[in-house]
Design a protein around this ligand. Structure first.
Ligand code: C2G
Length: 436
């Protein structure tokens, strides 16, 4: 009889988990199941786990497949277990494909097909419900959401719908089923939908990940179909946002605008420290960011960061654009007692980064500040230069998903990280600077 080992959180135990254990057991005959401890889940950035460790162990035990149950407590334990228990086969779902190949020096590594399209009725009901997230995207780049999804308990991807613009007409689109199939197989999703309506029928939450001019239409249709909505920031016009916020309130649904930076713990900590006076009064924020395709997207991101640090009150914004072989935009923000500037360019020579100058110190985020995992802070106090960082960050999307599931459970419409009012103020500033 061969010894098989598998690991998981097994939160809100469902048919996908059961089938995984059944097949893992069949690979050998003797099955060891490692259930993650709460602290290990926190450390690896798994959010929203609702069942206690004791409940999760009990769920696994109740299936009858496990011959032995252990607790997984730290990074690196898998290899130690494989050696300690003399394991022949390591089995795990194929959402982890490739991640555990390093164990193949010690045992056979098997990635088992993940079960797609788990329905809520398969779940042990505890007031907690598995929600299905449908993606509407016009690009084959998912913006990291598929990899971030696996860190959030209580959400499954339902599938994707892909619109493409029809030639020549402003605002027209049609379903691109070939692209949706490609997206589905690239990210191993359950479904590629031929229409937005089909996606609305099979989802509880929709992520609108399209060009700006299409966001409003899809977001509104999804809300009208009774779904919660996550939408890339910003919408096209302040009036569109107003209409959306009105419908959201009326229907008691969740609407969240996604700015990845708003959800990064490191950026939140930077703001708490700055607003707590860690570098005195802020004189100037200087940042540089490449143009990711559309200059406006980079400029909106910079405007978000700057207004988080300096506020929206009394901000005046202007832009100077230079176009030679490359384009360079400099966006200037002026306040009564502070200023900020942001450089955006498609030149490969732009050096990205952010510096915040205060009366008593300075904060630095070298490199890709819009996806920061650490920052440096220096002030005239005793502490000198300090580095701040968080272990697990991802793209920020997992924190947003985690908050959205909490918001749905609590009946809260808007996110703490970016309220409707703040998003609207920012859109008005962008409009004033002709950046929308
Ligand atoms: N699973 C599945 N089908 C689903 C959901 C999950 O086959 N619809 C599988 C996963 O691939 C995994 C196992 O069930 O092999 C447990 O899933 P989770 O509880 O989500 O655990 P996970 O976060 O994948 O942890 O150290 C922990 C491990 O790395 C895996």
């Amino acid at each position: 009889m061969r010894k098989v080992i598998t690991y998981g959180t097994f939160d809100l135990f469902h048919e996908g988990h059961r089938r995984l254990l059944e097949r893992a057991k069949a690979l050998g005959g003797y099955l060891i199941v490692g259930v993650t401890s709460d602290s290990f889940d926190r450390e690896r950035g798994k959010l929203n786990v609702r069942d206690s460790l004791a409940e999760r162990i009990e769920s696994v035990r109740a299936t009858g497949y496990a011959d032995e149950i252990i607790v997984e407590e730290y990074l690196g334990q898998k290899l130690a277990d494989v050696i300690r228990f003399g394991v022949d086969v390591f089995a795990i779902g194929n959402d982890w494909k490739g991640k555990f190949d390093y164990l193949s020096d010690y045992c056979e590594v098997v990635y088992l097909e993940r079960t797609k399209g788990i329905s809520s009725s398969d779940l042990r009901e505890k007031g907690a419900k598995l929600r299905h997230l449908g993606v509407i995207s016009d690009s084959l780049d998912d913006g990291d959401i598929c990899s971030e999804m696996r860190f959030v308990s209580g959400l499954e991807l339902s599938g994707v719908f892909m619109p493409t613009e029809t030639d020549g007409s402003a605002g027209g689109w049609q379903s691109n089923e070939a692209a949706a199939e490609a997206f589905k197989s690239k990210y191993d999703l359950a479904d590629a939908f031929g229409s937005a309506d089909e996606l609305y029928r099979k989802s509880d939450v929709v992520y609108v990940h399209t060009r700006r001019r299409h966001r409003f239409g899809f977001a509104l249709a999804a809300l009208n179909a009774g779904l919660h909505v996550i939408c890339d920031f910003p919408l096209n016009k302040p009036e569109e946002a107003e209409e959306i916020y009105r419908v959201v309130k009326e229907k008691g649904l969740v609407f969240v605008e996604f700015v990845p930076l708003a959800y990064l713990r490191t950026f939140q900590q930077l703001n708490w420290l700055l607003h707590g006076g860690a570098i005195g009064q802020i004189l100037h924020v200087d940042c540089a960011i490449p143009a990711f395709g559309d200059f406006r997207d980079s400029e909106a991101l910079a405007a978000f960061a700057i207004t988080r640090i300096l506020g929206t009150e009394g901000a005046n914004i202007s832009r100077v654009s230079t176009r030679l072989r490359s384009r360079f935009d400099r966006v200037a923000f002026s306040y009564k007692d502070a200023s900020a500037s942001c450089s955006v360019s498609d030149s490969e020579w732009l050096k990205p980064g952010m510096t915040i100058l205060g009366t008593d110190g300075r904060a630095d985020i070298p490199g890709a500040w819009w996806n920061m995992s650490y920052f440096k802070l220096q002030n005239s106090g005793d502490e000198g230069l300090r580095r701040y960082s968080f272990n697990i960050e991802g793209s920020g999307f997992r924190y947003l998903l985690s908050e959205v599931t909490e918001m749905i459970a609590d009946g809260r419409n808007e996110s703490i990280a970016l309220s409707h009012e703040d998003a609207q103020k920012l859109v008005r500033i962008l409009e004033q600077g002709d950046l929308l």
